[in-house]
Design a protein around this ligand. Structure first.
Ligand SMILES: N[C@@H](CCC(=O)N[C@@H](CS)C(=O)NCC(=O)O)C(=O)O
Length: 271
């Protein structure tokens, strides 16, 4: 049923209409789109990428249903889910018959379609909007992949590779220095306002102390930015979507044990 909905002529027409609208209209606060209703289902798990979507939804105050995706049973690779995200990863959303996958695309979609009051985004066509896009892509192409690999080599890999650990830990830290420089000169990444660019980067940076035992004190402006964002009510709500099976303490213990196991392994790196 889902595949029929996704591939129907109607959904293609709707997507075409939406992309035309997004590229031609600036969605001012007075736009008739502010009365638009949503029919959003979020498919997610409370991971650094998953919480980007739920925090954005919470910040916008949009109603949505959540379908928890269980990694334990590999639900993200099941046939029905691959029709929503062909890449078999979370997060993804359905908004009516429109699918959106990739957390960056989800945040841009939500900002374009629903952030008519510009609560978490800058209007298209402004210099700040380009800055917002740049820092969003910095996260999608830099922090996410690099920190993801750091986590893999530091805690999850079947074999230990000091080369892999050093390469991705160092790259993650270098990227944090880039964020630090920006946050020394600007309260938020795109400018004076908290936006989807902050949400995207926050998803990963906030996880670094627990996952990688990275002490954020090395980057004082970044640390303060993490604390400020973490204190927002919508962020606290979004981070608990869907509710995790582990407490914060259990999660910290899980990663600590995983790193200790890696430390005990012999270096298999032959480079
Ligand atoms: N670039 C993707 C990455 C998504 C991603 O890697 N999600 C992870 C959770 S943080 C996942 O679904 N992992 C399960 C798997 O790889 O099977 C995005 O930003 O949405």
């Amino acid at each position: 049923m889902l595949s029929r909905t996704l591939l129907s002529a109607e959904s293609v027409k709707a997507a075409t209409r939406l992309s035309r609208l997004s590229s031609t209209i600036n969605f001012p606060a007075t736009s008739s789109f502010s009365t638009m209703t949503s029919d959003i289902t979020l498919y997610s798990y409370a991971t650094p990428n998953g919480i980007k979507a739920s925090i954005a939804l919470e910040e916008l105050g949009l109603p949505y249903k959540t379908v928890p995706i269980d990694f334990g049973t590999n639900t993200q690779k099941s046939e029905w889910f691959l029709k929503i995200n062909p890449n078999g990863r979370i997060p993804a959303i359905m908004d009516g018959s429109q699918r959106v996958f990739e957390s960056g695309a989800i945040m841009l979609y939500l900002a374009d379609k629903y952030d008519t009051n510009r609560k978490i985004s800058y209007a298209p066509g402004t210099p700040e909007n380009i800055e917002q896009l740049s820092w969003l892509m910095f996260q999608m192409g830099g922090i996410g992949p690099m920190q993801g690999q750091a986590n893999h080599f530091r805690a999850m890999a079947g074999a230990r590779s000091d080369y892999g650990i050093d390469r991705y830990m160092n790259e993650t830290k270098r990227l944090y220095s880039v964020l630090e420089s920006r946050l020394q000169e600007s309260p938020y990444l795109a400018g004076s306002k908290y936006t989807i660019a902050d949400i995207a980067n926050y998803g990963w940076v906030q996880a670094a102390p627990v996952m990688l035992a990275i002490d954020l004190s090395e980057w004082p402006a970044l640390k303060k930015w993490v604390e400020n964002i973490g204190a927002r009510a919508a962020v606290k709500k979004g981070m608990a979507v869907p509710p995790s099976k582990m407490s914060q303490e259990e999660m910290a213990q899980f990663f600590q044990d995983a790193r200790a196991k890696m430390d005990a392994k012999t270096n298999s790196d032959k480079h």
